[in-house]
Design a protein around this ligand. Structure first.
Ligand code: SAH
Ligand code: SF4
Ligand code: F3S
Length: 436
């Protein structure tokens, strides 16, 4: 039996797909070369904006056609769409799908397949899907989910509904996974969670007695920094309300990358309050100041929503102003998309699409101006880069600020951290030569 997984959405979904693949391998399935040769197709969906859901509706209809040539094909839909479909509206629009379940229920996939007549071996599987042995995408960098779900209930966001309430993985399980990766030669890990810096260990007794931190997230980072072999530790997404002094202090632990992703969403206090974000622009800028003092030169990333209900031109000016002050290297800017079932859905979506687009471009242009200026610092510098791919003598990867790099080289460099001299520092790529 062969499976094929199609993944939409964020890194959390990419990581979940690795764990679903791990579960299916455990059941003796193999990965198909594509949808056409699969007996089970899983769509791991995203609900964050309407456009993300629309893509899934389109794709399912195409996939269901494949049942004509393979009558035993099972089409399963999981990820973030099923969890928020409380009144079966989406399910009704997807009659061709055989299974439709929230990601948290993926542990029941074997029973669901059996109910459809698929014969499977009996296995003792973990009770939490986060504990499945994943099928990692490569052998040098890995996603490590440490938390899933969310209790924050920002008024625009589907995640608390689609993924459920926050659950935290045990320190023991996280440390064991990272130690195994280190033994296999993995160099970089990306920790994942929705309000990751509010990580609450279910088993704090497993922090070592030498650990100097009280805050659980800071303590976890300290533990992971002790693991020999791992070179770069990166995490996403931190929430400004939990960016305590202790967490800020961990930015200079030896393996932390020179990058922090700290979504601000808006720069106006009126909009932040309506979004149920529990900080003000002043709090946010104060945190940024502390961060830059602790680790000067750190690259900063953020997420911003433009055109939230009631966002006036003046509110938006505040966002652009905060953007300049924080001096972000990268910002994932999104036009507000109303999501049914969220509190903001009841607010009038009163910023015209044209105006949302205008605001989006203001931020985009601002980001390009800032990142180009900041990247100039790398001109003629030697930097360390993790090589991810090589093709016909051209390799690509990223530095420890998560910036995309290109350099000359061959396949032997893939999965290594090497030195590169930057010849050309552009907006979205640092180009250079391998230093031997
Ligand atoms: N937990 C993270 C982000 C999760 S969702 C955090 O709190 O920052 C990823 C991003 O999608 C959000 O940061 C937000 O910028 C964007 N987003 C979420 N809901 C949205 C909506 N309804 N419309 C537009 N963008 C949205
Ligand atoms: Fe959504 Fe807010 Fe939770 Fe992030 S913190 S996942 S934006 S509810
Ligand atoms: Fe990620 Fe989309 Fe779900 S952004 S958490 S896959 S709604």
């Amino acid at each position: 039996m062969k499976f094929h997984i199609i993944t939409y959405g964020c890194q959390m979904n990419k990581s979940d797909s690795e764990r679903i693949a791990g579960l299916l391998r455990e059941l003796g399935w193999e990965e198909a070369s594509g949808a056409e040769t699969a007996d089970l197709i899983i769509l791991n969906t995203c609900s964050v904006r309407q456009s993300a859901e629309n893509r899934v509706f389109g794709e399912v209809n195409n996939l269901v056609e494949l049942k004509k040539t393979n009558p035993r094909l099972v089409v399963a839909i999981t990820g973030c769409m099923p969890g928020r479909d409380k009144n079966n509206q989406m399910r009704k629009k997807l009659p061709g799908a055989d299974l439709f379940f929230p990601i948290i229920d993926v542990i029941h996939l074997p029973e669901m397949l059996q109910a459809l007549g698929v014969v499977l071996p009996q296995k003792n599987l973990p009770q939490d899907y986060l504990d499945f042995a994943p099928q990692y995408t490569n052998n040098f960098q890995a996603f490590i989910p440490i938390q899933t779900g969310c209790n924050n209930f920002c008024t625009y966001c589907v995640v608390p509904y689609s993924r459920g309430r926050e659950r935290n993985r045990s320190v023991k399980s996280i440390v064991e996974e990272v130690k195994k990766l280190a033994e296999k030669g993995y160099l970089e890990i990306t920790l994942l969670g929705q309000t990751i810096n509010n990580y609450q260990a279910p088993d704090p007794e497993n922090f070592s007695s030498l650990n100097p931190f009280k805050n659980h997230f800071a303590a976890l980072l300290w533990e992971l920094n002790q693991i020999e072999g791992i070179k770069w530790i990166h995490y996403t997404a931190a929430d400004p309300q939990y960016m305590s002094d202790e967490v800020i202090a961990t930015l200079i632990l030896p393996k932390q990358v020179n990058y922090l992703h700290l979504p601000v969403q808006a720069g106006s206090n009126a909009v932040l309050a309506k979004m149920n974000r529990k900080y003000t622009r002043e709090n946010y800028l104060e945190i940024i100041t502390k961060i830059k003092k602790t680790r000067p030169g750190i690259a900063l990333g953020t997420d911003i929503i433009v055109g939230f209900p009631g966002e006036t031109a003046e509110d938006f000016t505040q966002t652009a102003d905060l953007f300049r002050q924080a001096d972000f290297d990268i910002s994932y800017n999104a036009k507000y998309s109303p999501r049914s079932g969220t509190p903001a859905f009841k607010m009038a979506d009163d910023v015209l699409l044209e105006e949302k687009e205008r605001r989006w471009w203001v931020l985009q242009n601002l980001m390009e101006e800032i990142v180009l200026r900041k990247n100039q610092i790398f001109s003629n510098q030697e930097i360390e880069v993790l090589v991810e791919k090589c093709n016909n003598g051209l390799c690509s990867g990223h530095n420890n600020e998560m910036k995309f790099v290109q350099l000359n080289g061959d396949e032997t460099l893939v999965g290594k951290i090497v030195k590169m001299k930057v010849d050309e520092a552009g907006m979205w790529v640092l180009r250079g030569k391998l230093v031997i």
